[in-house]
Design a protein around this ligand. Structure first.
Ligand SMILES: CC(C)(COP(=O)(O)OP(=O)(O)OC[C@H]1O[C@@H](n2cnc3c(N)ncnc32)[C@H](O)[C@@H]1OP(=O)(O)O)[C@@H](O)C(=O)NCCC(=O)NCCS
Length: 147
């Protein structure tokens, strides 16, 4: 199973998966900008998942911005293939560590990241004054040398 770099023609399919995966989906413009980053799609036989990773801090650190798989194709190893390939690219770039934020309600994603050796570094609680919402999320980190 392998992924490839996304191109502009993939964005419509990516947007469909995005809408099924997130309450506040990114729009076309944001995905188009992401084509400048590490934006991989899994397309066997059609676009069924994607990952977006941004390198920053003078190429020392990378951040996973998004990973999602079409609901009908989940639990078949597609996210594993996407993340594995993204991490290989980061190792080739000699990136030292990879960070991400993930809502603590997203248990499948947390399990996926833990499977790759990501560790929870911090829990952040976003308490809003006007209601009882508590959108807690974890900051997770993987040191590439150790994995
Ligand atoms: C998280 C997500 C990307 C996983 O995609 P996937 O292709 O189903 O994942 P895989 O089949 O590669 O599974 C890899 C690991 O993830 C974990 N996992 C996946 N689905 C799971 C589930 N429903 N429950 C618990 N763990 C799960 C397991 O550890 C699994 O490893 P295993 O098969 O050895 O048990 C997918 O569920 C998704 O798109 N969710 C909505 C978007 C999202 O939450 N993105 C992350 C925040 S940016």
């Amino acid at each position: 199973m392998s992924a490839r770099f996304a191109n502009e023609n993939d964005i419509d399919k990516v947007l469909q998966i995005e809408a099924m995966s997130f309450l506040q989906p990114w729009d076309y413009h944001i995905f188009k900008l992401a084509l400048d980053d590490i934006f991989l799609v899994f397309d066997e036989p059609d676009i069924s998942g994607y990952i977006i990773v941004v390198c920053c801090s003078k190429n020392i650190r990378a951040t996973i911005m998004k990973i999602a798989v079409h609901p009908e194709h989940r639990q078949k190893g597609i996210a594993t293939a996407l993340l594995k390939q993204a991490l290989e690219i980061l190792r080739e770039k000699e990136i030292l560590d990879v960070c991400l934020n993930v809502e603590i309600i997203r248990e499948p994603a947390i399990k996926l990241y833990e499977k790759f050796g990501f560790k929870i570094m911090q829990t952040i609680h976003m308490d809003y004054e006007d209601d009882l919402a508590d959108d807690a999320f974890y900051i997770m980190k993987l040191i590439l040398d150790e994995s």
